[in-house]
Design a protein around this ligand. Structure first.
Ligand SMILES: CC(C)(COP(=O)(O)OP(=O)(O)OC[C@H]1O[C@@H](n2cnc3c(N)ncnc32)[C@H](O)[C@@H]1OP(=O)(O)O)[C@@H](O)C(=O)NCCC(=O)NCCS
Length: 173
């Protein structure tokens, strides 16, 4: 587990390509998933995220290479549904949290979450929030185990389709 830095954009893009669709509801088209990855999860976009001082990106690796990543984002909240229930001055967003499917249930996600929450707390934030698709039952169970409570709903655009998310939040130590 380590901070991702300049030079990690290609492995992060590769991880994102393998994992983004896992978080989408059944029926999401490949075209919409590909569109979202090209627009938001390209190596170029990751290079920008890595250079942004408002973001913290963690990379988890196993013996065979990268297996998961997370990204925290500090700053203003653009989504009005989130801004209505989350205080941007005291909360930090867990914007991305993805593990390769063959590592689900392995404990890697728990280790990555523990490290991510420690990073979040170290920024001085009081709480951490995230958005997750309402049909993503595995992630819902995982986030509940990690004390993220549902505090609202929002929508999330993937290609041409709006998806329904839960907004979840947990206190930080
Ligand atoms: C979300 C994610 C990081 C969680 O990691 P994980 O290793 O799968 O998590 P865990 O195995 O510790 O926990 C998942 C829980 O869901 C349960 N679960 C699995 N499939 C389930 C299902 N279909 N319905 C209900 N619960 C389910 C598991 O049994 C486990 O609960 P338990 O520990 O009480 O038995 C990982 O699944 C992932 O990367 N998913 C794809 C990307 C994603 O959805 N990211 C979140 C985007 S917001």
């Amino acid at each position: 587990m380590r901070h991702a830095t300049h030079g990690d954009e290609q492995p992060l893009h590769a991880l994102a390509t393998l994992t983004f669709g896992l978080a989408c509801p059944p029926g999401t088209t490949k075209a919409d998933i590909d569109h979202f990855i090209a627009a938001n999860l390209s190596a170029e976009r990751f290079a920008g995220y890595l250079a942004d001082p408002a973001r913290i990106v963690l990379l988890a690796s196993g013996d065979d290479g990268p297996v998961g990543y997370s990204m925290l984002v500090r700053g203003p909240i653009a989504d009005p549904d989130v801004a209505a229930v989350v205080d941007a001055d005291t909360s930090i967003e867990l914007s991305k949290f993805y593990v390769l499917s063959d590592r689900h249930g392995s404990g890697i996600a728990h280790t990555l979450m523990t490290a991510t929450l420690a990073e979040a707390a170290a920024t001085g934030a009081d709480s951490c929030w995230l958005g997750v698709n309402q049909q993503n039952v595995r992630a819902a169970r995982f986030y509940t185990k990690h004390d993220f409570a549902i505090i609202g709903v929002k929508r999330f655009l993937v290609g041409s389709e709006w998806h329904d998310d839960h907004i979840r939040l947990r206190k930080l130590p």
